[in-house]
Design a protein around this ligand. Structure first.
Ligand code: ZN
Length: 56
Protein backbone atom coordinates (compact mmCIF):
# COMPACT_ATOMS: atom_id res chain seq x y z
CA UNK A 1 0.00 0.00 0.00
CA UNK A 2 2.98 2.34 0.61
CA UNK A 3 3.98 2.60 -3.06
CA UNK A 4 0.40 3.10 -3.95
CA UNK A 5 0.07 6.19 -1.73
CA UNK A 6 3.36 7.53 -3.03
CA UNK A 7 1.99 7.55 -6.56
CA UNK A 8 -0.27 10.53 -5.74
CA UNK A 9 -2.45 9.56 -8.61
CA UNK A 10 -6.19 9.06 -8.63
CA UNK A 11 -7.51 5.66 -9.60
CA UNK A 12 -9.34 7.52 -12.39
CA UNK A 13 -6.00 8.23 -14.03
CA UNK A 14 -4.71 4.70 -13.74
CA UNK A 15 -3.61 2.96 -16.86
CA UNK A 16 -3.99 -0.75 -17.48
CA UNK A 17 -0.44 -1.39 -16.29
CA UNK A 18 -1.07 0.57 -13.06
CA UNK A 19 -4.18 -1.48 -12.50
CA UNK A 20 -2.24 -4.71 -12.96
CA UNK A 21 0.53 -3.55 -10.65
CA UNK A 22 -1.71 -2.24 -7.87
CA UNK A 23 -4.70 -4.50 -8.24
CA UNK A 24 -4.51 -5.69 -4.63
CA UNK A 25 -4.46 -2.14 -3.23
CA UNK A 26 -7.22 -1.01 -5.54
CA UNK A 27 -9.40 -3.92 -4.48
CA UNK A 28 -9.01 -2.80 -0.85
CA UNK A 29 -9.92 0.74 -1.82
CA UNK A 30 -13.11 -0.19 -3.67
CA UNK A 31 -14.29 -2.93 -1.32
CA UNK A 32 -16.20 -0.60 0.98
CA UNK A 33 -16.82 2.52 -1.12
CA UNK A 34 -17.73 5.84 0.49
CA UNK A 35 -17.12 8.04 -2.54
CA UNK A 36 -17.92 7.91 -6.20
CA UNK A 37 -16.27 9.90 -8.96
CA UNK A 38 -18.85 12.07 -10.69
CA UNK A 39 -16.82 12.10 -13.86
CA UNK A 40 -15.55 8.51 -14.19
CA UNK A 41 -17.95 6.65 -11.88
CA UNK A 42 -15.12 4.89 -10.12
CA UNK A 43 -15.56 4.24 -6.41
CA UNK A 44 -13.22 4.47 -3.45
CA UNK A 45 -13.25 4.42 0.34
CA UNK A 46 -11.05 7.54 0.28
CA UNK A 47 -11.90 10.73 -1.60
CA UNK A 48 -8.30 11.58 -2.52
CA UNK A 49 -8.13 8.76 -5.05
CA UNK A 50 -10.85 10.16 -7.28
CA UNK A 51 -10.75 13.20 -9.60
CA UNK A 52 -14.31 14.43 -8.84
CA UNK A 53 -15.23 12.72 -5.58
CA UNK A 54 -18.77 12.78 -4.33
CA UNK A 55 -20.14 11.11 -1.23
CA UNK A 56 -22.22 8.02 -1.93
ZN1 ZN B 1 -12.63 10.44 -11.91
Amino acid sequence: MKDFYKLKKTICEFTKSDLDKYEKDIRKLVKDPKFICKKCLRVSSKNDFLCKPSKI
